[in-house]
Design a protein around this ligand. Structure first.
Ligand code: ATP
Ligand code: MG
Length: 758
């Protein structure tokens, strides 16, 4: 990798550090103070992690400091257990805060600041309800209507505000509003509400306060009270910046904090919203907040991802002003790079079948290195190889497809760390491979087609493997749909197999690479005494890819290329403005095809991408469909390679989309095909037939599966009828699984509904 000039910085230079540089140069501040302001109403997720890495990272880079401030102004949703969990998560990421504060620490001071505002004639008590305030706020084109209370005297306002605080008014009867401008083009500035009456028990201040400040009041003033210099928040607060500045300008002398906004992280195939995560937990779609499929930090930790990987991920995503979806591959590659040099290579067989030797068995104890030659680590373990081994069912075929590099009658392979063997027999029962027989081949007499991993039958240790896959089937799940229908039915696959003894006896915190299977560690949430390995990450991208594609045997280490966010999406903050004249023309042409600016600008930056969209349009396909597949689906299989390096061409792409557009395949099936086509271009229609992916048109098969699924789960049908309607998604998922993604989920849903209603 080229040397990174910013390697010593936690946060690569971006528009925020530019602001900071300017502020320091202009003497506005002589230090940098930031804060991370979580609301203690849920667990932190990977999106929060990027904000934490920014807040703490920037402060570290400038030798400044960061406060952890719990934004606990909403008494009804907060819970002290979240405070503890959040502290644990921030500390886990490796950051330490200068001060820990709560917005509720400032309730008394904030009250005093509100009194000052009233005294300055800048705030008044209104007796309108929140509802009435909303109704009289006007529209973008018409100004709001003033309440009679707006002209109250300072004395009258002070008396009323003190009465609010003393609890003399019922909830909702009065509010304190800033007196700004009822005709402001920014609706937030039309006399925003600063305090409301709410008799709610607060987990820290108890029943001391019948009134609570609103975020727009509490947040800027807490920043100013703490001496925060740069208050970094996500883009949805852009319009709130005006009230932020208005309040601190009135109540504080310089240096005053300034708010700078950045785009929030959205990660494909998952959700990063506390509310949606809560739904997943409460509706039982996952096994809790730390279910390894969740994007919470608690879950990433349990899955075995190290904090260094999360920080590296945040660094690679970077900071921008453009909302976009980040491909999961970017997280996965950061995790792989983080584990590569710490995870000893060992072997596990996840779907075992016996391998027997014909003739003399090698019967040996081998000394096998734990590290590949391109990792600068040393160490080995001894491996016994008896007269029977376990090998992977997938590694054995009866009729080997072209290019097969594993076991099949006649094929010669190497048993990893062991001898060459030739397959002499494959045992098949009910169309399933159940065993394999081999004979040892002298080194001089054979050339292996591939390398097979194995576990010794006599010494292997039984283990369970949890394979974690993306939680949602779609990159951008449509959350208006019931969650049960959106969840990837294969999001957690459970396998029973064997590990070599070395892996079983290592300490709980050791991460392994199980060769050809991925990185794993012992699930810290597994019941005491159970040997459960959870997969931290696969070895390569594309979980939906068919096994049809055979894995190359690496002879030489590949030059390491670290995928960066820019490989997937152009994230320059001012993308449109910075387009070259030619790119600008492409941008306008794409706009004219009806694409929105965000998509158009990402495509216009690359003449090939833009050209492919135009080719699809010329073939009669909607531009948005092509844009979506190029921007959101392709990166999943692209593995950081530019479009020009992939084997396929625009015609193959267009023909794939046609199948989808003509409804001949489902999106899930098209995704599988995409994984094959990029490296192995061919007629998508033929591939569809080869892989048996044609969409199931006839209801008969679907109905049969629905009946089958319901019959297999009488207890769940019972529970559904008893009101657990969330189970609908389970039934749909089961049918979809049977169809291998070939059925139309909506139609399946209808048939499930029909069957359950009868
Ligand atoms: P959610 O939408 O999940 O409820 P939130 O914004 O309400 O999140 P807070 O606890 O208020 O959660 O967030 C604390 C900080 O984290 C805020 O400054 C917020 O801007 C930032 N943050 C929240 N979600 C993301 C995200 N997806 N990407 C980057 N920063 C985020
Ligand atoms: Mg929030």
């Amino acid at each position: 990798m080229a040397t990174d000039p910013n390697a010593d910085r936690e946060v690569a230079p971006n528009f925020i550090t530019q602001h900071i540089d300017q502020d320091l140069k202009a003497g506005r501040f002589d230090t940098v103070v930031t804060r991370f302001p979580p609301e203690p109403n849920g667990y932190l997720h990977i999106g929060h992690a990027t904000a934490i890495c920014l807040d703490f990272g920037v402060a570290n880079d400038y030798q400044g400091e960061t406060n952890l401030r719990f934004d606990d102004t909403n008494p009804t949703t907060e819970d002290p257990r979240f405070v503890d969990a959040i502290e644990q998560d921030v500390a886990w990421l490796g950051f330490s805060w200068k001060r820990k504060r709560f917005a509720s620490d400032y309730f008394e001071t904030l009250f005093g600041l509100a009194v000052r505002l009233i005294e300055m004639g800048d705030a008044y008590v209104d007796d309108r309800s929140l509802e009435e305030i909303r109704e009289t706020r006007g529209t973008v084109t018409t100004p709001g209507v003033a309440s009679a209370a707006r002209d109250r005297s300072v004395e009258e306002n002070l008396t009323l505000f003190h009465k609010m605080r003393a609890g003399e008014f019922p909830d909702g009867s009065h509010v304190l509003r800033a007196k700004i401008d009822l005709a402001s083009p920014n609706m937030i500035m039309r006399d925003p509400v600063l305090y409301r009456i709410r008799r709610a028990h607060h987990y820290r201040t108890g029943d001391a306060w019948p009134i609570y400040p609103l975020y727009d009041f509490a947040h800027p003033l807490s920043d100013a009270l703490e001496g925060v210099t740069h208050s970094l928040c996500t883009l949805e607060f852009e319009n709130n910046r005006e009230i932020y500045d208005w309040l601190v300008a009135r109540l504080f002398d310089p240096p005053r904090p300034r708010q700078i906004e950045f785009a929030r992280l959205n990660l494909a195939h998952t959700v990063v919203s506390k509310r949606q995560l809560l739904r997943l937990v409460e509706d039982g779609h996952v096994r809790g907040w730390d279910d390894p499929r969740m994007p919470t930090l608690a879950a990433l930790r349990r899955r075995g991802i190290r904090p260094s990987a999360v920080r590296e991920f945040a660094r690679r995503v970077g900071i921008t002003k453009t909302n976009a979806s980040t491909p999961v591959e970017l997280l996965d590659s950061a995790v792989r790079d983080d584990l590569n040099e710490v995870a000893p290579r060992t072997m596990a067989v996840l779907d075992p079948i016996p391998l027997r030797f014909e003739g003399p068995a090698p019967a040996a104890t081998l000394e096998a290195s734990l590290w590949p030659h391109d990792v600068p680590m040393e160490g080995s373990r001894s491996l016994s190889m008896g007269d029977r081994l376990w090998v992977e069912r997938d590694d054995v075929a009866v009729d080997a497809p072209k290019g097969w590099k594993r076991l099949a009658p006649g094929a010669v392979v190497r048993l990893r760390h062991g001898p060459l063997v030739r397959c002499t027999d494959v045992e098949v029962r009910d169309d399933r491979v159940e065993g394999v027989t081999v004979e040892v081949v002298p080194e001089a007499e054979g050339k292996p087609q591939g390398v097979i991993h194995w576990v010794d039958h006599a010494t292997g240790i039984p283990a369970v493997f949890h394979l974690v896959n993306p939680l949602f089937q779609d990159a951008q799940p449509d959350l208006s749909q019931p969650l049960g229908e959106l969840i990837n039915p294969d999001s957690l696959q459970v396998r029973s197999g064997f590990v070599e003894p070395y892996a079983a006896v290592q300490d709980a915190d050791v991460r392994f690479q199980f060769e050809r299977q991925g990185y794993f560690w012992k699930d810290p949430g597994a019941p005491e005494g159970d040997l459960v390995f959870v997969r931290i990450v696969t070895l390569k991208d594309g979980w939906q890819k068919r096994t049809r594609q055979v894995e190359p045997v690496r002879t030489q280490p590949k030059p390491k290329k670290t995928p960066q966010a820019s490989d997937f999406v152009d994230r320059t903050p001012d993308m449109v403005a910075s387009l070259t004249p030619e790119a600008r023309k492409r941008f306008e042409a794409l706009q004219a095809e009806g694409l929105d600016d965000a998509d158009a600008v990402r495509l216009a930056g690359d003449d090939q991408l833009a050209g492919w969209v135009q080719d699809a349009v010329a073939a009669g396909l909607p531009a948005a469909l092509a844009a979506n597949w190029l921007l959101n689906e392709l990166p999943r299989v692209q593995q950081g390679r530019p479009l020009g390096e992939l084997a396929w061409d625009s015609g193959t792409f267009t023909n794939l989309l046609k199948l989808l557009h003509e409804d001949r395949v489902t999106a899930a099936a098209a995704r599988q095909m995409l994984g094959v086509l990029v490296d192995d271009p061919q007629d998508p229609a033929v591939l569809m037939q080869d892989l048996g992916l044609e969409k199931l048109g006839d209801d008969a098969a679907l109905k049969a599966w629905v009946t089958e699924v319901l019959a297999e789960h009488p207890d769940r049908v019972e529970a559904f009828k008893g009101g657990k309607t969330g189970l609908r998604g389970f039934f749909v998922g089961q049918v979809m699984q049977r169809s291998q993604g070939r059925a139309d989920a909506k139609r399946v849903g209808e048939l499930v509904d029909e069957a359950l209603a009868s």
